[in-house]
Every structure is written in C-alpha cells, then in structure tokens.
Design a protein around this ligand. Structure first.
Ligand code: FHN
Length: 458
C-alpha cells in the first residue's frame, strides 16, 4: 500500500515531467506551419478592428526635434544629429512626463474608434519605456520611475483595447548590437560585441513584454533591415514569440522580406501581415492582410516645429480608402515630453471619433470593395449575419439631388443613410447599373455613407 508521501512524490514527478514536455513542445513547434483556419482564427479580431493607434514616445520627445541650430529631427535624432552616446544618455535625467495619464490616452484612442494601440516599447535608441530587468537603460532609471507600459496595459485591459508593442531589432545603445553607426565607430568601437548575445537580450526583453504586460495583441517588429539580421533569425524569433503566446500576431518586419516602404513581403518570408508605411497600396490586395502605418504630420516622434498636420477630412478619407482595399490603418501620435498628446493630434482624434460614432459599421469587419474605386468616393463591404452582403457607398463628393452609379444590376433589399436612417433613399436601375438618388440633406463634409443590403454576394 502506498504511503501519502509516496503518492505526493509520484504526483510531483508526473507534474514536472508534463511541464518539461510541454515547454519543449512549445519551444520546438514551427508556428509558421499553421493551417489557414488556425491563422484565420488568430487574425479575426485584427481583421475586425481595422483601425489602431500608433504611439512613438521616448527620450527623443525631450529635444522635440531641435538639436544645435537644426529643428527637423524626430525619433532618429541621436543618429541624424550624430549625438555621442554619453551626451544622449544625459536625456535620461530629464525624462519626467508628469502629465502622462494612461487612462486618458486609451480613452482618446477608444473614442476615436480605434481598437488597438501599438506603442514603442523600445525604439532604435534602445531606451525602454518599461521596467526591464536586463537593462538600466529604461524608464526606471529616469526621475519618472513608473512603468509606462504597465499603466498603459492596465488601462487597455480596463477599456477593452488590445495592447500591442513595437520592438526595434536595431539598437544604437546595446554594446552587443552590430553594426555600429559609421560616424561613431571610433568613439564606440565594437570591442567584444557579440550579436548572438544581443539576440539573447532581445529574447529576454520580449519574454518580459509578453509575460508581464500580456496577453498582447501584436508584437510589431521594426529595424530589421541591417545585414546582421537574417531570414533565419526572423523565423527563429517568430517562433520564439509565438511560443510565449501562441495566439499573438506578429508583423512582417520580424523577417527581412519587407519591400521598403511598400511594406509587403514575398511569400517565403514570415510575419502575419504586410506593413506599408506612409503610403496606401494603389489597389485592394484580396486575401492579403496588410496595415498602413502613417503619421498625422511629418514625424513619428514629437517635433514641436512640425505643424504640417493632415486635416481630419484627409485622415478619415485615408481610413476609408485603406479599408476599402482590405487593409488596417495604424495612425500615429508622437506624445510630448510632458506626457500629453499634441493638441493638434487630440483635435483630430476627437473629430475622427465623431465621424466613427455615426459610421463605424462601414469600417469594422469590412472587406475589400467588390468594385474599383468610383470617382465620387469609395466602397466598403461586409457579410451580414443572414448571409446577405452589405455595401457601403462612401460619398466624398456629395451633390444633393445628385446621382451616383453603382455597377450592379442587383436590386438592394434595403437602402439607408447612416447619418439619418429616417431619410428615404431612392434608387432606380439604368442600363444594368443601380442609380442612387442622393437625398437632399446636409452632407457630412468628410464622408457621407449610404448602406445597401443585397441578397447573396456582389
Ligand atoms: O525607422 C523607423 C521609424 O523611426 C518609424 O518607427 C517607422 C514606423 O513604421 N519605422 C521605421 C522606418 O521604416
């Protein structure tokens, strides 16, 4: 007959064995070999979301674009102004964003209709906005001494917004990162720099980011273009991060296949979606997941001199254009050193939110348009629960009593004006096209949306 202690010991051995097997299985698994169904399940929330907030924030917000007699810098200031590391490190003692309020930031994103937030946990300068146990080059070494990513991830959880982290492979601070910047090779010689040791540092930080602030929506890699980073390293990193959180989404910049600013990868590269930057593909890319990231003005990081902000109308029509082609829009804000969003960004987020309050059904969960873009605006479409197709006509140029032509001979079972469903919308058919007679209303200056429900597919 077994004694109690023998049974306890046996259970402990079985448990330990199970954990070891699971750990090796998770680490050894090749997540790039998942089925279409598995990937569709993982991407579901992201394809529904369509709209997210990008945040570029760090020590570079302190100089706010100015160094010496030049004022055109952003988050690349250490490299572009060739600031020696000891000089740049002095910014650490000045980082004290006393007006930072994570709940406010998340509320502004949520009220703008954004469903996820991607923030620079570590940009190219290597500075970490979180309490990392593997470096002192982080927010805990500043007068602020608060874990910004912890406060932000807590606020996101509270508001039902997906917390996502940007992480730069390129690191101008870590002694093991190679290559050094050309201009600082003398003052910062390579010494015993060891890139493999740097990869272990990255993996330790990524484990902190996934385990201490997760579950995360997206790991948004960047800085992958230098020749020390390779496709094989990208595949290994993709599997490593997925082993930490199997349902996480990882962009294509974990690998080396990004075609420049166009952002799309060739098929043999890993990464769950393409990342066009500051541009929108000319046409929809059926069956391809992609997300355009874009600044509101001309800089990712805060530049107090850059007042070239896109108008709300341009930003809304960019969102619609991107979504009409089946993409997501990741719109950037570069917060100021005091922890506040620039007033111009606050105003645009608020105005976008006013439009989204009326029209968000024409954005969330939609797919690429079935038709080429019309001269008067854009189309988005989605599947209704009853299997019907809902087409949204986004009318940028709206002439009351004007007529817009939709290239289908199908008759809609329902037509409505999103901003005022009580208004009737007349339609007629002509030579195999559906004609919408635009109702006499005060059009939305940004985009007036008309919904049309059709049986079956378009
Ligand atoms: O070099 C970065 C840049 O600073 C910024 O973070 C953008 C955002 O996508 N990504 C890189 C340039 O492609």
């Amino acid at each position: 007959m077994f004694k109690t202690y023998q049974i306890t010991f046996l259970c402990f051995i079985i448990l330990a064995f199970t954990i070891i097997i699971f750990s090796f299985t998770a680490l050894a698994q090749d997540y790039t070999k998942e089925s279409k169904e598995q990937k569709d399940q993982r991407m579901k929330w992201w394809r529904e979301a369509r709209f997210g907030l990008f945040i570029h924030w760090g020590l570079y917000a302190i100089p706010a674009g100015k160094w010496g007699d030049k004022t055109h810098y952003g988050e690349w200031i250490r490299h572009e102004a060739q600031i020696p590391l000891p000089e740049y490190e002095k910014l650490l003692t000045q980082f004290n964003p006393v007006k930072f309020n994570a709940k406010e930031w998340v509320r502004m994103a949520k009220d703008a209709g954004m469903k996820y937030i991607v923030i620079t946990s570590k940009h190219h300068d290597g500075f970490c906005l979180f309490d990392s146990k593997v470096t002192d080059w982080d927010v805990m070494s500043t007068p602020f001494q608060r874990d910004i990513l912890k406060e932000l991830s807590d606020a996101c959880k509270e508001e039902g917004i997906k917390m996502c982290f940007y992480y730069s492979i390129m690191d101008w601070h870590h002694p093991d990162y190679l290559p050094r910047r050309e201009w600082e090779k003398e003052q910062r010689p390579e010494g015993d720099a060891n890139y493999d040791r740097y990869i272990e540092y990255m993996k330790a930080q990524l484990k902190e980011l996934v385990n201490n602030y997760g579950p995360l929506g997206i790991l948004w890699f960047d800085g992958e273009w230098e020749n020390t980073w390779t496709h094989d390293k990208g595949v290994d990193m993709y599997n490593y991060v997925r082993s930490l959180q199997p349902d996480i989404i990882i962009n294509n910049r974990v690998d080396t296949g990004r075609s420049g600013m166009a952002g799309l990868s060739t098929s043999e590269n890993v990464g769950d979606y393409g990342t066009p930057e500051q541009e929108v593909p000319a046409k929809g890319l059926p069956g391809v997941d992609w997300e355009t990231c874009m600044t509101m003005n001309k800089h990712w990081g805060y530049n107090e001199y850059d007042k070239f902000f896109k108008s709300t109308k341009v930003l809304i029509q960019l969102l619609v254009d991107i979504v009409s082609k089946g993409g997501n829009f990741l719109l950037n804000v570069g917060p100021m050193a005091n922890g506040e969003f620039p007033p111009e960004s606050v105003e645009r987020l608020r105005e976008i939110g006013e439009w989204m309050k009326v029209n968000s059904e024409s954005i969330y969960g939609t797919m690429a348009s079935p038709f080429d873009k019309p001269s008067w605006g854009r189309y988005t479409q989605k599947k209704a629960e009853n299997g019907n197709t809902i087409l949204y006509a986004h009318v940028f140029q709206y002439e009351p009593d004007g007529k817009i032509k939709i290239p289908t001979d199908k008759k809609p079972v329902k037509v409505w004006l999103l901003k005022d469903p009580s208004k009737s919308v007349k339609t007629t058919s002509k030579k195999g096209n559906l004609i919408i007679h635009l109702p006499k209303i005060e059009p939305d200056p940004n985009d007036t949306v008309i919904g049309l429900e059709f049986e079956g597919n378009l």
